[in-house]
Ligand binder design. Structure first.
Ligand SMILES: *Cc1c(COP(=O)(O)O)cnc(C)c1O
Length: 362
């Protein structure tokens, strides 16, 4: 048996929406359907403005560019993040400052974070891995006090809830991807959200050759009309997806031997979107072996797929190595479980049996 780790299904409605665009609209990023899509995005996330872009990485680059984060500026980042969060920092020649997480969740260790703030600190980036929210209120305070920006990389966190609200408005800009693996997926694409009109205008200009005014610098990060059409249809299904994912996660958790396994922790009054269920093995030494065995049995783990370790352990980032003991321990004690709507009852049963068997043998 092989459990599929991406949810891929499309409906007749999606097909006819794309067909209609081909027949009726311009296909480029200046097509009127782009504006319609941006309206739907800002509505869904309760944000004032959205700008549709060609990728999640482009969204992060836009954020850094318009906030004027450049050569030598420091940006606080988590060591447990995908490489894509960091690439735009290197593009801007900014300096990543890796700050440790708390000992039981992805959220920043606030004491460690405060010690890393210097005169050069321009921003803090949050990355809710697999849709597990950070503790934002303490970060918002720190940002206010130190006059630095909070940037959300929510590429995996469409619809994640914090203090009763969908995240996306905690920072000055939030960045999203709609790559094939994400909960809102259009293949390749991204967008930003903001409540600041000036920032919105600057992202628009930067992503469209500086509005071609021949005064303003800009690149081409526009997305195509076909993807906007698909996005408009799929926004409607985000909440349904999250409900199914949560139910699947609950079903799996309720049957696992919880003496050894628990769900990773997250802030109170919040709710992950279950991009993946993240399990933490308690007092188990050889999680590496467990993950490999699960993978061989056909239960894929993102920890294996992405060769996940603290980013500063890779050559590209080793110059900025920092002491992040909690993150190092956490990475070695977790695994992810697919819980998307393509997971059927027999898949859940299989996951439970395999995991409980492995656990009983250690
Ligand atoms: C997917 C992802 C990105 C990059 O998005 P792309 O659309 O692939 O460029 C950035 N950050 C995180 C956390 C992601 O999961």
């Amino acid at each position: 048996m092989k459990i599929n780790d991406v949810f891929n299904s499309y409906t007749r409605k999606e097909k006819s929406a794309i067909y209609k665009v081909i027949k009726k609209y311009k296909l480029s990023g200046t097509s009127p359907i782009i504006q319609k899509y941006e309206q739907k995005l800002s509505n869904f996330f309760n944000s004032s403005y959205a700008v549709a872009l060609s990728s999640g990485t482009a969204a992060i680059h836009c954020a850094l560019f318009v906030l004027e984060i450049n050569d030598g500026d420091e940006v606080i980042v988590p060591p447990i993040a995908p490489i894509m969060t960091l690439i735009p920092l290197l593009q801007q020649k900014a300096i990543p400052v890796f700050v440790d997480c708390k000992n039981d969740q992805f959220s920043y260790d606030i004491l460690a974070l405060e010690k890393c703030i210097t005169k050069k600190t321009k921003a803090i980036i949050t990355v809710p891995m697999w849709g597990y929210p950070y503790e934002y209120s303490e970060l918002i305070e720190i940002c206010k006090k130190n006059k630095i920006y909070l940037i959300e990389d929510n590429a995996q966190a469409h619809g994640t809830i914090y203090q009763g609200k969908v995240i996306g408005n905690n920072g000055v800009i939030s960045c999203y991807s709609t790559h094939n693996r994400k909960i809102l997926s259009t293949g390749e694409e991204g967008f930003i959200l903001t409540n600041n009109l000036d920032i919105y205008n600057r992202v628009k200009a930067f992503s469209k050759f500086g509005n071609m005014d021949f005064k303003t610098f800009g690149v081409n990060y526009k997305l195509s009309a076909l993807q906007a059409a698909l996005g408009i249809e799929r926004i409607k299904k985000i909440n349904w997806q999250i409900r199914v994912r949560e139910k699947n996660a609950r079903d799996v958790l309720s049957e696992l031997n919880n003496k050894y396994i628990e769900e990773i922790n997250y802030p109170k009054n919040s709710k992950p979107n279950y991009y993946s269920l993240v399990l933490r093995f308690k007092s188990v030494n050889d999680v590496l072996k467990i993950r490999k065995r699960m993978n061989n049995k056909g239960i894929p783990s993102d920890v294996i797929r992405y060769k996940l370790k603290p980013l500063y352990e890779y050559p590209l980032f080793e110059d900025w190595k920092n002491d992040c003991g909690n993150a190092e321990k956490l990475v070695n004690s977790i695994t992810t479980i697919p819980v998307h709507p393509g997971i059927k009852n027999k898949d859940k049963q299989f996951i439970i049996t395999v995991l409980n068997n492995i656990i009983s043998e250690i």
